[in-house]
Every structure is written in C-alpha cells, then in structure tokens.
Design a protein around this ligand. Structure first.
Ligand SMILES: Cc1cc2nc3c(=O)[nH]c(=O)nc-3n(C[C@H](O)[C@H](O)[C@H](O)COP(=O)(O)O)c2cc1C
Length: 379
C-alpha cells in the first residue's frame, strides 16, 4: 500500500482501487447530502483551545467503552457491505481493530457472517442488529451473536425506512440489478479488487444466508432487504431485544433529546448520537450539533458514544469535549479497507490515534478523562 498520512490520502487510494459503484455507496449521503456535509462543516467549526507549558509527557489515550478496556476512545462502526470494499473485508477490519485494541462492530448487512468472523479472529467483537419485520429472524440473529460470544449488541434504530442515495440508483445498485457496460469496464480495471473478492469467503449478505430469496445477487438482495425493514418498530421492540440480550446493549441512532431520555430508560448501557453518517434523514442536524444537548439531558449511568463525520483525531477530541465518552468511525476506516485491506484499516486507526495524541498534547491534556468543554476555544 502507498504511504498515507491522513484519512484523505486513504480515501484517494480507495477511490483508485474500489469500483465506482461500491466507492460511491460508501462515500455518499442521502438525497441532497445536506446532513452529510453538515457533519463535517460543523465539526470543523469547533475550534480547540491551545494551551502551552503544561507537562504533557505522561499522555495516555486508554479508557473504557461500556466497561471494556480500549487503547483509545474509538470503535469501528457497523458498515453494511464492507466485504465489497475488499474481499473478506469484515474479517480484515476486525483483525485490525483487535490488534489496535479497539472494538469492531459487525453489521447485520455484512458480507462475512457472524460465524465467519468469529472463526477468523481470537477476541470478541460487537454485533449490530437491525430488527426487521420477521421477529423470529431477529431473535435468531441475537442467538447467533450470543453463541459467537459477541461482547456487545449495537441496536440500530434510525433505519425503519431507507433514505435514498441518488448515486446508488444511478450506478445500478438497484433492482432489477443493472449490469451496465460502464460497471463491467470499471471492475475490469480494478483487478486487485476483483481478485480479493473472488478469493473471499462470500459474495453476498452472509448473515442472511438461507433467509433471503435464492438466486438473488447483492443488488437485488439490497432491494429485498429494504422491504424487510419494519416501519412499525417501536420502543416496545427495544424492550423485547433487551429481554433477549443479557450483555452490553448500545442503542445507535439517537439525535433528539426526547429520544435520548427514552433510550436511557430501556436499560441500554450506551447510546450512539448518530445520524447514520448523513445517510438517512437529510435535513437532520449534524451529529456534533446535536451532541451537547443530549449530553446535558442524560445522566452518567448511560454512556454516550458519537459518530458522524470523524476524519481526524482532532474530531475525536471535539466530540469528547462536547460530551461523548467515545466515538465510532465509519468511512474513515472503510477508505482504509478499500485502500489496503487490513493494513489500510490499521493505518486509518494509527492516523487517528496519532492525531488525537498530538492534539491532547497541544491542548495541555494527559488523559482522555480530562477532556471536557474547557478544551473548546470560546470565539
Ligand atoms: C457504507 C456505509 C454503510 C453503513 N452500514 C451501516 C449498517 O449496516 N448498520 C449501521 O448501524 N450503520 C451503518 N452505517 C452507518 C455507520 O455505522 C456510522 O453511523 C456512520 O458511518 C458514521 O459516519 P462517518 O462515516 O462519517 O464516520 C453505514 C455507513 C456507511 C458509510
């Protein structure tokens, strides 16, 4: 892999290596992408307070997330179809996260299944659940995650209906799947990617094998799956999940203060303040602008995680300063995966770690627990 000094370098590398259809799928937001852009713009607007002549020789990024020791306040977010950015992408990303001492979250919509990943790594990972119309299937996924000894269940609640990404429609990620000459030529010019996918364990949604219609490919399955999401999902279903999952429960996709208050009453160990990376409600506020009010509204017994737009260690600092205990990254590591498989994900994590470490030093901070609103510059 070529040297990468920042996440943008990894993004550029991934753009060259991954077919346009899948690169666009990873990068895009829904509709006019207002919320996608706001996630970045609002993070960049927050200025950090430079402090000098503080002894910062004892810096330590280690902390805990839902009680689990981590080497830095970061986890890899669940990403559907990660295995289409690179063959066996989920296994490679999980290995990179575990070697770096941070959690990896496997999506319900992954290519490698829960069992594929469990069989290929030696430590527990997190599993992300979408509760779909067929509750029996949801229950079986929870049981599989338990059998695989997953150390947390991340329950995503902001996708009862699917936001549209225009590029997916344009690129033929729709039904019926469109095998366009453009896509075929594109894939032919990315032989490294094609070889990796050909050698990978699976080519379709691993967790849904045996449940989805037979003979369908990734594109037609995506549409079938979207019809399986349940617009009737309610907080009662969250209680049902809580009753089935005895371990750590993380509710992902809260943006509103009222919802955050309700979420804390479900017995969740953490909530993730998230707008799904700007892929669902376009026009929703950026995650970072929603974070302070949520942090003020809920008590210390429920941890706050944050995601949406994090591309640097400075962004992690900003989110923690505004009330998060830890962050998740999606695209930052997915670009790494597309750029260089496991080594690329490792590089993405190293980049963010290095940036956070230096940022802490230049803000006069030695420990993650010391970061609070005082590190934000008052403009
Ligand atoms: C390509 C892609 C696929 C995603 N798939 C899922 C998913 O299957 N489940 C889920 O809970 N969130 C999913 N998300 C949302 C991420 O978990 C996370 O909230 C988001 O990526 C954070 O924003 P960031 O990419 O700017 O870091 C996906 C995001 C992207 C970019």
């Amino acid at each position: 892999m070529r040297p990468a000094h920042c996440i943008e370098d990894l993004r550029q590398l991934a753009r060259r290596k991954v077919p346009k259809m899948f690169f666009d799928y990873a990068e895009a937001g829904s509709y006019a992408e207002e919320t996608l852009r706001a996630n970045r713009v609002d993070l960049e607007r927050i200025k950090l307070r430079q402090r000098v002549l503080v002894d910062v020789s004892q810096r330590d990024l280690a902390t805990t997330i839902v009680g689990q020791p981590v080497t830095m306040p970061l986890a890899l977010a669940p990403i559907g179809l990660a295995g289409m950015q690179h063959g066996d992408g989920e296994i490679l990303a999980c290995r990179a996260a575990q070697a770096a001492g941070i959690p990896y979250t496997l999506s319900t919509m992954s290519i490698c299944s829960i069992e594929d990943v469990a069989g290929a790594v030696d430590k527990p990972f997190w599993f992300q659940l979408y509760v779909m119309k067929d509750r029996g299937f949801g229950k079986s996924l929870i049981e599989r995650a338990l059998a695989a000894k997953c150390s947390a269940l991340v329950l995503t609640i902001d996708l009862q209906v699917l936001g549209q990404r225009h590029c997916d429609a344009r690129n033929g990620m729709t039904v019926p799947p469109e095998i366009r000459l453009r896509n075929v030529i594109d894939i032919a010019t990315k032989p490294g990617w094609a070889l990796g996918i050909a050698r990978g364990k699976r080519k379709t949604f691993g967790n849904l094998a045996g449940y989805t219609p037979s003979g369908a490919n990734v594109a037609s399955l995506a549409s079938w799956i979207s019809s399986q999401f349940d617009p009737a999902l309610s907080w009662k279903d969250i209680e049902w999940v809580r009753s089935l999952w005895p371990g750590k429960l993380i509710i992902k996709g809260v943006l509103d203060v009222e919802d955050a208050r309700i979420a804390t009453k479900t017995g969740a160990d953490a909530i993730v303040v998230s707008n799904h990376g700007g892929r669902q409600l376009d026009g929703a506020p950026s995650s970072i602008s929603a974070l302070p009010a949520v942090a003020d509204a809920i008590g210390a017994e429920t941890e706050i995680m944050f995601d949406g737009g994090i591309r640097t260690g400075q962004d992690v600092m900003r989110a923690i300063a505004l009330g998060a205990r830890s962050c998740m990254v999606g695209r930052s590591y997915i670009f790494g995966l597309g750029a260089g498989g496991q080594a690329g994900v490792t590089r993405a994590i190293e980049i963010i770690r290095g940036e956070l470490d230096v940022t802490m030093a230049l803000c006069g901070i030695n420990r993650v627990g010391e970061i609070d609103r005082r590190v934000i510059a008052q403009l």
